[in-house]
Design a protein around this ligand. Structure first.
Ligand code: UD1
Length: 422
């Protein structure tokens, strides 16, 4: 298996271009199932999670065409030829559950494997099922699959989510576009990826308002049509690389970066003594070389501090001056990077959903193991700030969500290599 090897100590300088958002794309792609005409997405990132979603859609009868080096993807779903999303693909990626709402809304039937547990917690799909049931779907759970039917189509109404879920909001939003009547979705997620999905669905002819607030209103229409849509920048990729100059020192400009995608995160960086500046092309982060200061971080749904940047922030705070607290409020088991950071000399004490990080002057390079997507990249960041060599194993996790991580980091002066082991 491949490894990433980092020789720590270089400061970083230069420019990084931000790619399209993986999580936006994973919701936009299943939207093709809502209509027979082609949906063209541009600014698509080249990632294994995107390949997995494409492969899943192909099993359902979607025709996929990739051009411009994979950045443009046209999906055509003239008809859904198979309504079963099999375990073999769904188990690879939780976001597969997002085919459920669109298939059900268009054809009144869908069978989708339950995604099962994953490294960062139980991650159930009860909220997805709750919303579809409220829209009149009949659901049967059997042999690890959910079998959903709505023979006379989905019906509208008021749906108040008991707690906020990004994926459940996306599934319900897509399903509601073809439901009869007006659906009001309350206590929904407000993430920029949801706004992007609503914008795309509107281009396809959906009647949606309120996205980006806690309540989305959808007037059902009879059919949607084809559209072309450019995916928003990946705020998590952006935030991850913004931490490179923060941990290693230096000055990097992020082309395509937008502060409004990451306000809470940028605020915490500034509180920690890192300079964040808006430029004509994006954002610029600089750190003069002094140690960052400890901060208190609480992960929350958007517009709060994103859970998907918690592991990377912990890597930075491992060398901050003082004691930081990181509270994880979204996922119950998302500190799996902490034992690996300990191997590099970090001082971290975990109590339930809270981590107390006592900053050390310098981390030490060590062999470490990536446990999930964001954990993997936090170890790479830690390696940039460490003395000596860090070897990150199980880097296939990185490939799920970071395009050309080694090339990007080398481009700003980091000493990073990928070793291919057969
Ligand atoms: C999405 C993102 C993921 C991010 C997460 C939170 C994608 C493809 N993934 O995941 O990167 O970390 O949002 O910002 O966009 N929950 C339930 N029942 C459900 C659904 C969720 O209890 O039916 C719980 C989860 O276990 C979790 C919380 O709700 O504790 C939030 O999860 P959710 O917002 O649904 O995350 P995802 O959509 O899976």
């Amino acid at each position: 298996m491949d490894q990433i090897i980092i020789q720590g100590g270089n400061s970083v300088r230069g420019v990084i271009s931000v790619v399209g958002a993986k999580n936006a794309c994973l919701a936009l792609m299943p939207a093709t199932l809502l209509c027979a005409e082609p949906l063209t997405l541009t600014n698509v990132p080249r990632l294994s999670d995107i390949d997995t979603m494409m492969a899943l859609l192909q099993t359902l009868g979607v025709d996929v065409d990739r051009s411009d080096d994979g950045r443009v993807v046209t999906l055509s779903s003239a008809s859904i030829t198979n309504h079963v999303a099999h375990y073999d693909i769904v188990r690879k990626m939780r976001a597969s559950i997002l085919v459920l709402g669109p298939m059900l809304a268009r054809d009144g039937q869908a069978v989708v494997s339950l995604p099962g547990g994953c490294a960062i917690g139980a991650r159930p799909v009860n909220l997805h099922l709750f919303a579809l049931k409220e829209m009149g779907a009949e659901l049967e759970l059997k042999d690890g699959y959910v079998r959903a039917t709505a023979s006379r189509g989905l019906t509208a109404g008021r749906i108040e989510f008991p707690s906020v879920s990004v994926g459940a909001t996306e599934n319900a939003l897509m399903a509601a576009t073809l439901a009869r009547g007006t659906t009001v979705l309350g206590n929904v997620a407000r993430e920029p990826e949801i706004v992007d999905l609503a914008v795309c669905l509107r281009k396809m002819g959906a009647q949606i308002s309120g996205e980006g607030t806690g309540e989305i209103i959808v007037e059902g229409v009879d059919a949607l049509s084809g559209a072309e849509h450019t995916v928003i920048p990946d705020r998590i990729e952006l935030g991850t690389y913004m931490l490179a100059p923060a941990v290693a020192g230096g000055d990097v400009e992020f082309v395509g970066g937008r502060r409004n995608l990451l306000e809470a995160f940028c605020g915490k960086l500034e509180e920690s003594g890192i300079d964040v500046e808006e430029t004509a092309r994006g954002l610029r982060v600089s750190q003069s070389g002094c140690r960052p200061k400890a901060v208190h971080v609480v992960t929350e749904p958007f517009p709060g501090f994103p859970t998907d940047l918690q592991a990377q922030m912990m890597a930075m705070l491992s060398t901050a001056e003082g004691v930081s607290i990181l509270e994880e409020r979204i996922f119950e088991n998302r500190f799996m990077h902490a034992p690996e950071l300990l191997r590099m000399g970090a001082r971290i004490d975990i109590q339930g959903g809270s981590a107390r990080v006592t900053g050390v002057k310098r981390l030490k390079g060590a062999p470490v193991m990536a446990t999930d997507l964001r954990a993997s990249v936090s170890l790479i960041l830690a390696g940039l700030a460490a003395n000596g060599e860090t070897v990150v194993n199980r880097v296939y996790h990185v490939d799920r969500g970071y395009e050309q991580v080694v090339t990007k980091l080398k481009g700003i002066g980091a000493d990073v290599e990928r070793i291919q082991n057969s």
